[in-house]
Design a protein around this ligand. Structure first.
Ligand code: COA
Length: 160
């Protein structure tokens, strides 16, 4: 069972390797219109320039959330952050991103970027809480089932 501190979950956060690909795909699928397959996660997690952190339930092996970045020298890009639908709003996203920022800073990353759908209030609030700032917009970036497309907000956070 996860451990509790009030309503907050206290996860154990650790780097992820390709063995976690199936768990990542399981968590990713319900949250995105174009979910990434287990194979795609396997390739990403095996890549030298991927930095991946996962939140496990305390004392267990169940993956509750993860964050993935692609690292290019002094710059990196967050590719995705996902928390299990059943454990949202309990501090896991914040804990994951905080640990991830510290790890990237330790790897020498100076500037971190990401793209997020403009209507994704939860993610934008999470990133804003870590001082990510909007630096641009990409119109019509995310295709939607309706045939329309949502814009992407490009955000940046300096590290170190
Ligand atoms: C975005 C996401 C990772 C947040 O994870 P989480 O564990 O629920 O987030 P936390 O509980 O740590 O919340 C941290 C802060 O984020 C913001 N936030 C999180 N969920 C929110 C929501 N539904 N509405 C508004 N703000 C929200 C709040 O500022 C919150 O701080 P607070 O609880 O003190 O108000 C999660 O909602 C998710 O997996 N969404 C689907 C995937 C996704 O959209 N990923 C981002 C794009 S790649």
């Amino acid at each position: 069972m996860p451990s509790f501190f009030g309503r907050k979950l206290v996860p154990s956060i650790r780097p992820l390797d390709p063995e976690w690909a199936a768990d990542c795909a399981r968590l990713h699928a319900p949250s995105f219109g174009h979910p990434w397959s287990e194979y795609e996660f396997e390739r990403l997690l095996a890549a030298d320039n991927t930095v991946a952190d996962g939140a496990l339930e305390a004392g267990g092996r169940r993956l509750l959330g993860f964050v993935l970045s692609r690292n290019a020298g002094e710059e990196a890009e967050i590719l995705t952050v996902v928390v299990d639908v059943a454990t949202r709003r309990r501090g896991l996203g914040r804990a994951l991103v905080g640990t991830h920022l510290a790890r990237l800073a330790g790897l020498g990353v100076k500037a971190l970027f990401l793209e997020v759908e403009e209507e994704n209030r939860a993610a934008i609030a999470l990133y804003a809480g870590y001082d990510f700032r909007e630096v641009g917009r990409r119109q019509g970036y995310y295709p939607k089932a309706s045939g329309e497309a949502a814009s992407a907000v490009v955000m940046r956070r300096d590290l170190g």
